[in-house]
Design a protein around this ligand. Sequence first.
Ligand code: NAD
Length: 333
Amino acid sequence: MDAGTGRNERSIRRAVVTGGAGFLGSHLCTELRRREVEVVCLDNFLTGNAGNIEHLIGDPWFRLVQCDVTDYVHVPGDVDLVLHFASPASPIDYLKLPIQTLKVGSIGTLHALGLAKEKGARFVLASTSEVYGDPQVHPQPEDYWGHVNPVGPRGVYDEAKRFAEAMTVAYRGQHGVDTAIARIFNTFGPRMRPYDGRAIPTFIRQALAGEPLTVAGDGSQTRSVCYVSDLVRGILALAWDGHTGPMNIGNPHELSVLQIAQDVVAATGSDSPIEFIDRPVDDPMVRRPDTSLAGRVLDWSPEVSWAEGLERTVAWFRTAVDEDNLETAARHS
Ligand code: NAD
């Protein structure tokens, strides 16, 4: 915590969430409204959709502005917090949208930082564990510089986020903007798109449809998965705090991809078999956050177990994923 900036003492009355109609952004908008913070959501629906925020439409303290943050960002009135979450995030999306991904990480971040500078607002960048690439240090602490292939297929996302981090630090140093960098590790939960290509929604969709679960490689590569409510609590704790980051936010509970698939089969009661397919290029072998900084500074740690989070996510997929939003999802896939 920065000297003089007591946790939870910061006054945040109005927040801008870029990418607010996406998976994480929509949960952040919902929680901010629950805390009685006015929210302006900026989104161009590139990978998000209006269904994610439809429960907030009609709320007089929630405003949706459909815009591309790489064009310009203009928000009239006071703003106390900018959460910059706009960016394709799943490998399927950023492999299909490489230039949009690079633009939103660079120009979009420049514009979001410009807004925070103009308004004197706190700024939180949604960075990623991908900045560590295929890591050679395990688990990954914030002072590990990473092992990234800039010209591999994932480079568009990884380097966009690394650039965004550098720009965030520059705005703090040169313009005195009150910035923070959150390095988010794999997060899952309701509102993930069934065709977004990430392992958990793919496995749940396949299991519920009675199709084989497609595990990349032999499934021994690991992921550490965080339930969305824990992630949101961590991001907002960082927003209310004065810490600059970079700070890992994620669940250190590490699972092999094969274990994730087996647990999804069990949680859905499916009799789907498991099928092994080729591993994507530059797919990281291991991933696990060192979250001691978040624990020490924010007194934050994940509370929702993998089993509980999986159960809630499966329940959501069973009830909320109807044919309509499968079609919407498929259009983005
Ligand atoms: P998402 O694709 O569901 O949400 C991203 C949102 O940004 C979408 O609503 C999309 O329409 C919007 N967007 C994209 N480009 C835009 C632009 N130019 N202008 C306006 N809006 C734009 O992804 P998500 O999983 O919610 O991820 C949100 C953020 O968190 C991303 O920045 C991502 O890099 C980061 N992150 C997510 C995870 C995760 O596990 N979900 C992990 C690490 C980092």
